[in-house]
Design a binder for this molecule. Structure first.
Ligand SMILES: C[S@@+](CC[C@H](N)C(=O)[O-])C[C@H]1O[C@@H](n2cnc3c(N)ncnc32)[C@H](O)[C@@H]1O
Length: 262
């Protein structure tokens, strides 16, 4: 039996996570090798994945990725085929019930609205996720609100990916999708945490101390030194992954003996 790589599936369905976008003109992101490095070991596991931002057209958001070989929902289709036993929950502001099947369930929600996100978690039965992927609006406030609400819903040891960190400002540009006076861009907020142990302020994080207490690691990746034909310094990462602390280990019989000096 042969299995397609994540990159092959991305390229087949036309998400830009792979090495060719939906059309030859669309700049792909080259994220799939990174995802595969983290996720390949779970390929045959019955994991639960949440993706924010499905790449579907509709009244709430003008989604340009649906063109060429991309007929909508490309990344969800990719996850579905790559993980044959996984359940996939998708969130988008545009409704897309046509993507739903026995392993895919989509919900309409604004990722910048904590009540919307909480309602979905409850509608999905208080579920906890193994993997969460934020590929939605790429607005820093939205990314930070989603991270605050959904990181709590990640299983111990789970992985939280935030894509397209450059789409919300290489630095702290001032425009609607970029950082502004009240919310710094997510890359800067997290980089500062990595360097100092504190999130850069101002930010849109809810209960940052609880987040800090649950974070085990934060890793940035720069799969390509350019985006949309603009060359950036090589250390300009486009995607990050945040790992949640593992569950505390139950003391083993051996440690019970050693703690008693046996
Ligand atoms: C870049 S596309 C996602 C591409 C898709 N993940 C893929 O790889 O093929 C962004 C998606 O985010 C959705 N979106 C935009 N703003 C949103 C928001 N506030 N909350 C949830 N989804 C949003 C858009 O409707 C669009 O479908």
């Amino acid at each position: 039996m042969t299995f397609k790589t994540l990159t092959e599936l991305a390229n087949l369905y036309g998400t830009d996570k792979g090495t060719i976008g939906p059309t030859p003109e669309w700049e792909p992101h080259n994220y799939t090798d990174i995802y595969e490095a983290y996720l390949a070991r779970h390929r045959q596991s019955a994991i639960t994945i949440l993706e924010i931002g499905l790449g579907v057209t509709g009244p709430q958001w003008e989604t340009t990725i649906v063109q060429g070989r991309n007929t909508g929902g490309a990344s969800v289709k990719m996850w579905h085929d790559y993980f044959p036993k996984a359940r996939i929950v998708g969130i988008d502001v545009n409704p897309c019930p046509y993507l739903d099947n026995d392993r895919i369930r989509t919900f309409v929600a604004d990722q910048g609205n904590p009540e919307d996100l909480q309602a979905i978690v409850e509608a999905a039965g208080g579920i906890e996720f193994d993997v969460i992927i934020d590929d939605g609006s790429h607005r820093p406030d939205h990314q930070q609100v989603s991270f605050s609400v959904l990181f709590k819903r990640l299983k111990a040891g789970g992985l939280y990916f935030i894509e397209d960190l450059l789409a919300n400002g290489f630095g702290d540009h001032l425009s609607s999708r970029h950082a502004n006076d009240s919310v710094r861009n997510t890359r800067s907020v997290l980089k500062h945490f990595q360097q100092t142990g504190n999130f850069l302020e101002p930010n849109a994080l809810i209960d940052p101390d609880a987040l800090k207490a649950q974070m085990a690691s934060l890793t940035f990746h720069a799969p390509k030194p350019w985006v949309d034909n603009v060359r950036y310094p090589a250390d300009t990462e486009q995607i990050c992954v945040i790992t949640k602390k593992p569950a505390p280990r139950k003391p083993s019989l051996f440690s019970w003996f050693t703690s008693r000096g046996a």
